[in-house]
Each structure stands twice: as C-alpha cells, then as structure tokens.
Design a protein around this ligand. Structure first.
Ligand code: EPU
Length: 432
C-alpha cells in the first residue's frame, strides 16, 4: 500500500514536485535536526509528568503526526522555531488512533513509554508496506517478557497492551531493530529492577535518545554499544535536549554535491556519524573535505563504480540507498547495491529508469550501468528516500521532471525545496 495523502488533522491533500533541469548548484546548505532521533525523543516525553524541551526538531510531516498523537493522549505541546515543548502531566486517553498510524509508522514508538507510564496502551497497528516487511515482533516479545499482556486485534487493527507494572528483563534482540531497541529502552526506564538488552541497534539516533533519557533522570549504561543496562526508576523528570544533526539529510546533500557542476558546502552536520557514506564516495574517487561540522566535495581524477551493501549502523544505511543509486547512474561503469534491511526498497529504480537510467534488479541487488544521460519525465515516488533520489535525478535531467505523491518527501526533509532553490535549483511544489 502506498500512503498517498498528507494528513493535516482534518483533510487529505497531496502535492506534486515540478523540477526544471539541469541546474548547477552552488552555495551552502544547513542540516536540520534528525527526524529519527526527534521521533523517539518526543515519545519519551510520555515517561515524565514534567515539561520536556527538545531543540532542533525538524518541521516535517512525521514529526507533526507524532505531536498530534501526543496531544490526543493528553500532552500539551507547542512547536515553534524547531523547539518542541511537551508536558504530559496526565494521560487522558491512552490511544493512538488509526489515522495517526496510517501516516507514520513511528507511532509504534509510543507503545513502550505509554504502557510503562500508564499501565495500558492501545496503539493502531502501523500500516503500509511501501519498503517491505516492517515487523514489530521483537518489540512485542520484549514487552511481554517484561510482564505485559498484549493482544493484537488484527481485524480491528490495534495492539492492546496492559501491565500493572513492568519488570526488568534480560533480553537478546533476535535481529537488529532501531525502533525496537528504542521502545524497550524507554519502557525499561520505568520497569522494576534492572534490564539488560543485548544485540541492540547502535545507530546514533538510539544513543541520542539514551542521552535524553539520562537527562530525564534515567540510569543507562553502555550507550553506543550493543548492550544496554537500564536500572528502572519510579519516575523521570523533565529535561531539555538538543537533537543531533540528521545524518541522512546530510548524506543526501553530500551525494548532491558529488554531481558534476555542483559546488555545495554542507554545514551543521556531524561527519563522525557518516563514516560509511564517506568511505563509499572516496572509493568512487571523490575527494571529501571535512572541516569541523562542514563537508564539501572535490571532483578531480577518475571516478568508478563500486559494489555496496546496506547494513545496520555503522554499515551503509538503507536510508541512503536510493539517493546513492541516483549518483551511480552518472558514474561510468558498473555499480551495484545489495539491500539487506528491507525486502522491497527498489521501487525508485523503476522510476529512475523512466528518466533514462539503466538499472536492473536481481533479487535484493540492483545493478546500475552508469554514465547514462537523464531526461525529464513523469514519475511517482513511493517512499521518503525514493522521493529524495528522484529529486536528485530530476536536478540533473534535461527538461521537466514531475514527481507525484510529494507528501512522501515532506515526511522527512525539512524545507528541501527552499534549501535547494537558494543554491540554484528550480523546484516548484504544486497542490493537487
Ligand atoms: N524487524 C523484525 N522484527 C522487529 C523489528 C524489525 O523482523 O520486531 C526487521 C524489519 O522487518 C526490517 C529490519 O528488521 O527488515 C529492520 O527494521 P528496524 O526495526 O530497524 O526499522 P525501523 O525501526 O522500523 C528505523 C527507521 C527507518 C530506517 C530503519 C533501518 C525510524 C523512525 N525509522 O525503522 O527510517 O530505515 O530504522 O535503519 O527510526 C526513514 O527514515 O526513511 C526510515 C524508513
């Protein structure tokens, strides 16, 4: 299922992106706060009855959806100038409705903290399958082990979880899961006794959440490692936290900087979180200049195709796979990407081919015959990162590219149109 519409609280609207290319981009782009850190951190505010302040939260649709969910549960929330102030004094209605879960899967992040704080949580099953299977069995197994009774009312589309109290557990994740790690970490902060979580995801967003929880009074050891030890508390207090820069947004613009003719400085990012993409671009022949929190690219010397695999952090992120593919279409020779995280994340390839790319899909691997000229066409985006990939391709394609279902882009990129137009792009967004 593709979720095609923008939920604005009462009605559904959608947008179309119109790009005129090719354009050469020159200037600076400042990176926003990380969407995938802000989402669990907003959910974590449920764990406290006091005021929590999150700075540098990106103004994107997935964040607005999460805030809507928190308000429905009973929080007072203000969100202005990238600062979210959340106060969940009392849980009024422990329910995350279907409209919310349909637009953002991140609503599952509410399950752990809401159950831990309130003893009861009813969360609509996250819908959609736009990039492949998105299981939540590890989240539920962990919460059950902590003592929760959980029913999944598939026909009604809800997960209902109940527990008078949660108990500390020893739990080994059977596979790496980002939101699963975050959900159990949050629940464990209010569980009785000690929890040891093994084989945890080590994405920077998980560590940033742990830092916020520690600022709220949680006791967590092993931050940044695969084993997290949490000593449960009877309550957490309010805190203020500055969200880390979005490494996927930074990676997207770094890839844009690699296209011929572009001269972009990416500012306010953390290259320390971006080792895998930096290594791959260097293997392709790009010279990347790092200067504190800034990055730029030099194209000198020969470039070549490379073989890449997506992996959990610190490996190459699946969330940059589609954007890197767009770049590979412009590099002479063969490149390939094996997608090891999600089983249906190649839909952008079909759309890139409509622009003139030469990409073949074989199982979980895409093979890109590079050095093709791209020509503007009519394409459809299928998920957030596919949208970014099509924007990158549209910027260098000759003529007009129309991208339908632009809602997907707004889910996760703050002001992409403005950021790119300021440095020379020609992008219009049209309401349809
Ligand atoms: N999995 C299970 N069981 C589980 C949980 C996951 O089998 O209980 C499997 C999934 O089916 C999938 C794999 O494990 O094949 C990885 O899933 P994971 O749980 O790590 O993904 P997620 O937590 O749902 C987060 C990001 C995604 C990002 C992935 C992988 C957030 C809100 N979302 O999703 O971000 O692609 O981790 O890094 O943090 C995006 O921003 O565009 C995006 C999709």
């Amino acid at each position: 299922m593709i979720r095609e519409n923008l939920y604005n609280g009462s009605s559904m609207i959608n947008y179309r992106i119109v790009l005129k290319g090719p354009t050469e981009l020159k200037g600076e782009i400042s990176i926003s706060g990380a969407k995938n850190a802000s989402l669990p951190e907003l959910a974590a505010s449920i764990l406290s009855g006091e005021r929590c302040i999150l700075e540098r939260v990106p103004e994107v649709e997935d964040i607005k959806t999460m805030i809507e969910a928190l308000k429905n549960i009973g929080a007072s929330v203000t969100f202005e100038s990238n600062r979210a102030i959340i106060n969940m004094k009392r849980v009024v209605s422990p329910v995350v409705k279907r409209e919310i879960s349909e637009t953002s899967r991140a609503s599952i992040l509410i399950l752990g903290p809401l159950l831990a704080r309130n003893g009861y949580a009813k969360v609509a099953l996250p819908g959609g399958c736009d990039i492949g299977d998105r299981n939540i069995n590890f989240h539920l197994d962990g919460l059950r082990k902590m003592g929760a009774r959980i029913e999944t009312e598939s026909e009604k589309g809800y997960i209902v979880a109940e527990a008078k109290f949660l108990s500390g557990i020893d739990f080994v994740f059977p596979g790496k899961t980002v939101t699963g790690t975050e959900n159990l970490l949050m629940a464990a902060t209010l569980a009785e006794g000690k929890t040891v979580l093994k084989n945890c995801a080590v994405e920077p967003e998980v560590s940033d959440l742990a830092d916020f929880l520690i600022a709220m009074g949680a006791e967590i050891k092993g931050v940044g490692t695969e084993t997290l030890e949490i000593k449960g508390k009877s309550g957490l207090h309010g805190a203020t936290h500055h969200v880390i820069p979005d490494r996927i947004e930074a990676g997207t613009y770094l890839i844009a900087a690699c296209f011929k003719g572009n001269d972009i400085i990416i500012k306010d990012c953390n290259p320390g979180h971006m080792g895998s993409i930096l290594n791959i671009l260097r293997r392709m022949g790009f010279k990347i200049k790092l200067d504190g929190g800034s990055m730029s690219v030099e194209r000198s010397g020969p470039l070549k195709g490379v073989d890449v695999e997506t992996e959990p952090y610190p490996g190459f992120p699946t969330d940059l796979q589609a954007q890197l593919t767009a770049l590979m279409t412009q590099i002479d020779g063969l490149s390939s990407i094996s997608e090891n995280i999600f089983n249906n994340r190649f839909r952008h390839a079909v759309e890139l081919n409509k622009l003139g790319a030469n990409i073949e899909i074989s199982g979980n691997r895409s093979i890109i015959k590079g050095g093709t000229k791209l020509k503007g066409s009519y394409v459809m985006t299928t998920d957030l990162r596919a949208s970014a990939s099509l924007v990158l391709a549209g910027l260098i394609a000759q003529g007009e590219t129309i991208i339908e279902n632009a809602y997907q882009l707004f889910r996760g990129y703050e002001n992409m149109q403005k950021k790119l137009n300021q440095i020379g792009a020609n992008i219009d967004i049209i309401e349809v």
